[in-house]
Structures are given as C-alpha cells and as structure tokens.
Design a protein around this ligand. Structure first.
Ligand code: SF4
Length: 215
C-alpha cells in the first residue's frame, strides 16, 4: 500500500507540478471542476456534487451507485449507516479510508434515491473515466447491482456477477454487495467477506509480482 495523501493538506501546485501533476493534485483539480457541473438534470435537485474521497494513489478503489440523502447533504460518499458498515468492512481488511479511494458511478443524488437513468450515467461518464484514469488502481471493487451493471455494461443479475473477477481497461474488478443491502440482509455478510478476502489476495499477488520484477 502507498502512503496516504490528505487532499485537505495539499498546497497549491507550482507551475511545473500543474503541468505534470501528481495524482492527488490532478484529482483535486478535477473535483473542483466537477463541483459546478450541470451536464445532466440531477444538477437541479442535488445539494452537492459528491465527487469521491480517500487516497488518490490507493491500490483499491470502491465504487458504489450514486450518492444518497446523507451523501448529498455532506458531500462525501458512503456516509450514514451504510458508510459505517463500509468502514467496518475496511477495518476487517486492515484498511481505513485514508488507504483506499471511494466513489460512485455518478456524482449527484437521483431524487428519492431512484436508480440513475441512462442519460445521467452517460453525462457523468467523463468525470468517472477521468477519475479512474488518475487513480489507475491495482483492483476495483464494485458495490451493488447498479454499479456493477453500469460499469461492466451488462444486464446480468448481481448474483451472477459477484464473487468473481471481471476486467475494466485492464484492471481487475471484483463485484460484491452494497453495504446498504448488507444492512437489510446481514446473512449475506459472510459472502461479502469472502469477496473482500479475494480482493486482498489479488492486491498481495500483484504486489508480490511487482517486487519479483524489481529483483
Ligand atoms: S450527475 Fe454528473 S453529469 Fe450530472 S450534474 Fe452531477 S456531476 Fe454533472
């Protein structure tokens, strides 16, 4: 795992850094641009753009569906009860939010927490794609049906997608349950834990491969 970076602690970039840009600075600049986005109708009903949070140099990126009421109010992804459960899941993996990056497929809350519509996902895709380009994580974990179907561009049900590896732009992708679903169906937590173990194992394997290559 790499050293956590606090976005709040970042100084303004020098001219040279502005051209090249490290991941944290590039992410800060992208989030700043997205904060005023009006590219789809969700801009009319949102309170805040919920861009993403965590370490832009993280090995693992968690992606959910869309901001909910608490996220919309606070401007942070995965807060409230589902966010607390995600924190516990991270802790079980020996991680915390400073060592991963957390984001959603779209950045503004759909009214009444309905599923994001196709035109909204399409309008938000450039932000999503640029974010992933900056992150270039070792592994991605998609949380829940909507995120899995949107990102993997499939109509397959969650039960057919979760617990196994997929690929996105050469990056390994695991699909697991959304913490909000686990709150409603706690009996599924053991399956979720197995998915997270697979995630950790994959990161360890990739790190071991990198170390071998350096020898
Ligand atoms: S959901 Fe995405 S595209 Fe739509 S207004 Fe928000 S940031 Fe812009």
């Amino acid at each position: 795992m790499q050293t956590p970076v606090s976005l709040a602690d970042l100084a303004l970039p020098s001219a040279a850094e502005d051209c090249a840009g490290n991941a944290a600075e590039r992410m800060r600049r992208l989030a700043e641009k997205a904060a005023t986005c009006t590219a789809c109708k969700l801009a009319e009903t949102r309170t805040r753009v919920v861009f993403g949070s965590g370490n832009p140099e993280a090995d693992i990126v968690f992606i959910g569906e869309a901001p909910g009421r608490d996220e919309d109010a606070q401007g942070e992804p995965f807060v409230g009860k589902a966010g607390k459960l995600l924190d516990k899941m991270l802790a079980a993996m020996g991680l915390d939010r400073s060592r991963v990056y957390i984001m959603n497929t779209i950045k503004c809350r759909p009214p009444s927490n309905r599923d994001p519509e196709a035109d909204e996902v399409a309008a938000c895709h450039p932000w999503f794609a640029q974010q992933l380009d900056i992150l270039s994580p070792k592994v991605i974990c998609l949380l829940g049906r909507v995120a899995a179907q949107k990102v993997l561009q499939t109509d397959a049900p969650l039960k057919a997608l979760r617990g196994r590896w997929h690929e996105l732009n050469g990056m390994p992708v695991m699909v697991s349950y959304h913490p909000a679903y686990l709150l409603r169906s706690p009996q599924q937590k053991r399956h979720s834990w197995r998915d997270l173990q697979l995630l950790c194992q994959r990161v360890e394997q990739l790190e071991a491969g990198e170390q071998d290559a350096e020898l």
